[in-house]
Design a protein around this ligand. Structure first.
Ligand code: FUC
Length: 766
């Protein structure tokens, strides 16, 4: 059923130019290079002519090994820290918590570069007619040029089917392919040449923060040349006078899970190379493209056209602040979908702070999973842009955290269930890290649970809900045991906690009951109750949750009309008024607790908070604001955020988001925000074009997904809805809305309904 829905949605192949990033010169820096990824294997392709570099990644190559950072001393300080907080001695509480309650070691393990595949070519300079490009529709990076009158082309892709990176070298004339290639790695490793066609690097990962390296890794590169000769020596394989050549590259580590490093990368890579050789280049490419397009082509988008796309992508980013270029926003949207497909597939690690792509051993913030916004933002686009299966690795991460976080819950809080704080890593460390003013925030795991619920809400898959219910329940149990009554109103609050990473005017970040925590817990408890009802289980537990839920601290409106970030009305005295985090607006987005229709007063207060915070921020900070403005129905403000995000300050030449430095959350959050401008489905309605800006007067989007399992196509003209097609995967009722007009629909499973707008009302079409 899904397949025929998808094919009707996609129709004809999309225009290649609209889906291509392209450049007239090789990349000089890593943020100019173009990414490919199989979900697990990544490469940044520089497109050099005489010297080509592929910067490589494998998503389990992190520092360290299995470790448990729980701190047995933590629990003994808990009640004293709480007492200090409730007495207003925040600084003392923060110090004591910093000394006693934090993880050991205090920092987690970084994600690390694998190394480079380097190719060296003689006699290709000078060259002309240079072009390198990333075709989002085929997921192939190609570099082409002419040298000595001969046309050369190189293609690179990372196959999700065969789990190898493939480099194909061709020219228009026979016998022109001559080069040396090598693998270099910054880790402890040895290189061996096997025969005349294969290069093998074997190594070990390193230690970090006192946790020893426990992983072995293998890289195996094999060249298949047609014509010419190959030979190996001195760590190089050389090819001379071939008509064409294909390098297949396999990378693997011994990682099997956060507590098991007994994998056999030697065998895995040998098998992958043998299978790839047997398949041959054309079939490798064909299978790769088919699998990529199965996901990628589910959604198409047209926000209007100009001839800006005739210019190289870096020039468009440079000019984006002054020149209208709606197709750049569309390209950015599809690039984010491409990045998620390439960095997060069933069985791989979730997309980390840099997705999959990292050239450093010591990347910014460890290139880990920062779960006080960044990891969640990575997945905001997944369900609505029809990439539900890409959430799978995040669900597995939550499953792991429910195990490691159960120890942390018990050891640090004496509580049942499981907890995770503001960061985690490959080893699923769950205890608070970095410093109490950032790390002592117990709601990271609870926030991740929203993604489990949403996966059910979008798919309607009850078997999935039954499978993840124990994870939701464990997350909620932790809070039933660890919430405390604050003395003034007797509200139930988290304590100690903080409003991610913002300090309040009492000289600390540590506090009780920040607004975000109560909002997250309102969602978690509601979802847990609803899941238990659907599954017909846990009646007593449901009652416990319902009782606790009404006692959670409510959202409050402060003296400036703003939504209060903390229990106290501190917002206007906080040292960083324009802080990048807008945690207390979680209730507006990604949650739907606060909404213009259903809670207009709180929505006005949220708006006031957003104005106070200001629009200027880091990449992801702008992307969050974009989603918030979209939810508040402000198309012009949302579009302003899109424009700011696409400018050279926040977007590198290769379209990677600039925090700065590179952080992928802005790419994903930006695409999610564009989707929210065109369609929203929280609160039980399918809202068409809720935040359409004047800059996109005419356009179409196909294949977006709404909660309830609907696929939605929308066409609009002159800023007004023209028609929509609502297809149902599972059958069900929906209320469709455009402007003030609403229409109730029932669509059978596998069927679709056309919705038309006649200028004032919505009606069902034939
Ligand atoms: C949070 C943010 C920073 C950065 C880091 C990875 O700590 O506050 O801006 O994005 O995560």
């Amino acid at each position: 059923m899904r397949d025929d829905l998808a094919s009707s949605v996609t129709g004809a192949a999309p225009s290649k130019a609209a889906l291509t990033l392209w450049y007239e010169t090789p990349a000089r820096e890593w943020v100019e290079a173009l990414p490919v990824g199989s979900g697990r294997l990544g490469a940044m392709v520089f497109g050099g002519v005489g010297q080509e570099r592929l910067s490589l990644n494998e998503d389990t190559l992190w520092a360290g090994g299995p470790y448990d950072p729980s701190n047995p001393e933590a629990l003994s300080a808990l009640s004293e820290v709480r007492r200090l907080i409730f007495e207003g001695q925040y600084r003392q509480a923060q110090e004591l918590a910093g000394a006693k309650m934090m993880a050991k070691p205090l920092w987690q393990m970084p994600y690390q570069a694998f190394g480079d595949l380097r190719l060296a070519f003689a006699a290709l300079e000078p060259y002309e007619h240079y072009r390198r490009e990333l075709d989002l529709d085929t997921a192939v990076v190609a570099t082409s040029f002419t040298s000595g009158g001969v046309f050369y082309r190189r293609a690179v892709f990372a196959s999700p089917i065969n789990q190898v990176i493939v480099v194909r070298l061709t020219s228009k004339e026979a016998k022109r392919i001559s080069f040396d290639f090598s693998l270099v790695t910054p880790h402890r490793a040895e290189t061996e040449i096997e025969g005349t066609h294969t290069l093998v690097v074997r190594g070990k990962n390193g230690a970090a923060h006192g946790v020893g390296g426990a992983l072995r890794f293998v890289a195996r590169a094999h060249v298949m040349a047609s014509g010419g000769s190959s030979f190996g020596g001195n760590g190089l394989i050389s090819v001379r006078g071939a008509d064409s050549a294909t390098i297949v590259l396999a990378l693997a580590t011994s990682y099997r899970s956060f507590c098991d490093v007994s994998g056999d990368p030697e065998r895995t890579t040998a098998r992958q190379i043998a299978e790839a050789r047997q398949k041959g280049y054309e079939a490798l490419l064909g299978d790769h493209i088919a699998e990529h397009q199965r996901l990628f082509r589910r959604v198409s988008i047209d926000l209007g056209r100009t001839d800006a796309k005739s210019r190289p992508t870096d020039a468009r980013v440079r000019d984006s602040q002054g020149t209208p270029d709606p197709e750049l926003a569309a390209l950015y949207f599809q690039f984010a979908r491409y990045l998620l497909i390439s960095s997060s597939r069933p069985g791989t690690q979730p997309a980390n702070l840099q997705g999959l792509w990292n050239e450093s051993l010591d990347p910014p913030w460890g290139s880990k999973y920062t779960i006080n916004i960044n990891t969640e933002m990575n997945y905001w686009l997944a369900e609505s842009t029809n990439l539900g299966e890409c959430v799978d690795p995040l669900i597995s991460l939550v499953r792991d955290l429910a195990e490691t976080g159960a120890r942390t819950a018990k050891i640090h809080y004496g509580a049942r269930g499981w907890v995770a704080h503001h960061n985690t890593d490959l080893w699923r460390a769950a205890a608070p890290v970095d410093g109490s003013e950032w790390g002592l925030w117990p709601t990271g795991g609870a926030w991740l649970c929203l993604h489990l619920w949403d996966h059910f809400a979008f798919s309607g898959d009850r078997a999935f809900l039954a499978a993840v219910y124990p994870l939701l329940k464990g997350a909620a149990e932790f809070f039933l045991d660890s919430l405390v009554e604050e003395p003034r109103h007797k509200w139930l609050v988290t304590c100690p906690s903080l409003s991610p990473e913002n300090a309040h005017p009492a000289g600390a970040a540590l506090c009780a009951g920040p607004a975000m925590d109560s909002q997250i817990l309102r969602d978690l408890f509601a979802h847990c109750i609803e899941a238990a009802e659907i599954l017909g289980t846990d009646a007593a537990f449901r009652n416990d949750l319902a009782r606790a839920r009404v006692q959670l601290a409510p959202d409050q409106i402060g003296a400036a009309g703003q939504l209060q970030e903390w229990l106290d009305d501190w917002d206007l005295q906080a040292p960083e008024m324009h802080h990048r985090h807008v945690s207390h607006l979680y209730g507006v987005f990604p949650s739907g607790q606060i909404d213009v229709q259903t809670t207009p007063e709180l929505a006005r207060a949220a708006r006031a908070s957003l104005e106070l915070r200001g629009d200027e921020s880091t990449g992801w900070g702008i992307a969050w604001r974009l989603n918030l403005w979209a939810r508040l129905g402000e198309g012009e403000r949302a579009h302003q955020m899109v424009r700011m995000l696409l400018g050279p300050e926040r977007t590198y030449p290769n379209l990677f988001d600039a925090h700065p430095p590179f952080q992928i959350d802005g790419n994903f959050g930006g695409a999610a925000g564009i989707a929210e401008m065109l369609m929203q489905s929280h609160g039980g309605t399918i809202h068409l074009l809720p935040a359409l800006p004047k800059a996109w007067p005419t356009g179409a989007v196909r294949g977006l997904v709404a909660r309830g399992g609907f696929e939605v196509d929308i066409e609009w003209q002159g800023g007004v809805l023209d028609s929509a097609m609502i297809a149902s995967r599972r059958g069900g009722a929906a209320i469709v809305r455009f402007g003030e007009s609403e229409l109730e629909l029932r669509v059978e499973a596998g069927d679709r309904a056309r919705v038309l707008f006649d200028g004032s009302t919505l009606r069902q079409g034939g």
